[in-house]
Design a protein. Structure first.
Length: 372
């Protein structure tokens, strides 16, 4: 007997996340032909304008699944070798022995050993991952900074390596995905955003998804608020932001409906071939940005969830915004969720994020959405 989502319970669960302190959030849960869309809270703290389920949103590192799919399409065409060294394509960006040792696969699954560039691009984050010694100043300073991806890549490549090429556990690093963007440009002659738009976003039939050029969110959207672990109090509006700091790693704008459609098409073999999808689902251990060891494939990973059935998907955060998309392996149940605040946990005396009521409320919503 199918355990379908109960609309009244989902409405109550999403409202509980708002009551726990989340300014606004919205989601879509699908189970076969049954669809629930819901929202709770406000899209603007100052005006009280309500949030709605159809709003566009910055979805962060869910972008990586789109970029990985675009690369896998080029692998299928023979333009890219999945296990070819990146130095074959981009010797000027990853020179010498490292360029010979790091493969395209290692970039996609974060086992390249290349460091994260963000602490070098944002000076107030220099102490990351020691959160207590970081600060939000650089976030404000760089709202309208137009970063050159090759300069960001150089920061990551010249920083001390976080591991040997191909070593596990790998370490999650946005440097890998900026390199994949440059790889797409190299083999196609077109900007990565154009290739991802044409070959992934349009192929999936997504109407409200884009890799932005402007720092503004177009169309109906909620404001997004960054707290930086209580160091920004009250949390500040970060809705307007040049997204060149993450590009093909995390710049995507989408809706919960589009995200569900994309992952449904991906797992059905309609974006990449079944053999490419199988490669995307081959996992290795990787240390996440939160410091946890997770299983990670090629821009796709199994989601931690209690109960039966494997879920695949990706989460994402940028300054002020977060999102999560997941789909059961058989395609039967899926959920996409967007939240309008980030880093709401304050730090304890040891500098670690303290539990917050939002965390428990979100976990309850996830369980209900996935398992009924």
């Amino acid at each position: 007997m199918r355990n379908s989502p109960d609309p009244a319970q989902l409405n109550a669960a999403i409202e509980n996340v708002h009551r726990a302190g989340m300014p606004g959030l919205f989601a879509e849960v699908r189970d076969g032909d049954e669809i629930w869309r819901g929202a709770a809270g406000v899209a603007d703290i100052a005006t009280g304008r309500p949030v709605t389920a159809g709003m566009r949103h910055r979805v962060g590192s869910i972008t990586k699944t789109f970029t990985a799919a675009a690369v896998m399409q080029q692998v299928e065409s023979g333009r890219i070798g999945l296990d070819a060294p990146i130095g074959r394509y981009l010797p000027e960006l990853v020179p010498g022995a490292r360029g010979d040792a790091i493969t395209v696969r290692m970039l996609i699954n974060h086992t390249s050993g290349l460091a994260e560039y963000l602490p070098y691009a944002y000076p107030s984050l220099k102490a990351f991952p020691v959160l207590a010694d970081t600060g939000p100043q650089s976030l404000d300073d760089n709202r309208f900074t137009r970063f050159d991806p090759t300069e960001l890549i150089e920061m990551g490549v010249t920083a001390p390596a976080v591991g040997p090429p191909g070593g596990t556990p790998g370490v999650y690093s946005n440097t890998n995905y900026l390199l994949l963007g440059e790889l797409l440009r190299h083999v196609t002659g077109a900007p990565a955003a154009q290739i991802i738009t044409r070959n992934v976003i349009e192929r999936a039939g997504l109407r409200d998804t884009e890799l932005p050029v402007e720092p503004y969110l177009g169309g109906p959207h909620a404001k997004i608020y960054e707290a930086w672990f209580g160091m920004v109090d009250p949390p500040r509006d970060f809705s307007v932001y040049d997204m060149s700091w993450v590009g093909p790693a995390a710049a995507l704008i989408s809706t919960v409906t589009d995200l569900n459609r994309f992952f449904r098409k991906l797992l059905a073999g309609e974006i990449v071939s079944p053999s490419s999808l199988a490669e995307m689902q081959r996992t290795v251990p990787v240390v996440s940005q939160e410091g946890r060891v997770i299983d990670y494939g090629l821009g796709l990973h199994p989601m931690d969830a209690p109960g039966p059935g494997a879920f695949w998907g990706h989460g994402g955060t940028v300054w002020g915004a977060g999102a999560l998309a997941m789909i059961r392996a058989d395609g039967g149940r899926q959920m996409s969720l967007a939240v309008t605040a980030q880093r709401w946990n304050r730090l304890d005396a040891t500098g670690r994020p303290q539990p917050h009521p939002i965390d428990a409320a979100l976990a309850d919503f996830h369980r209900l959405a996935m398992y009924g």
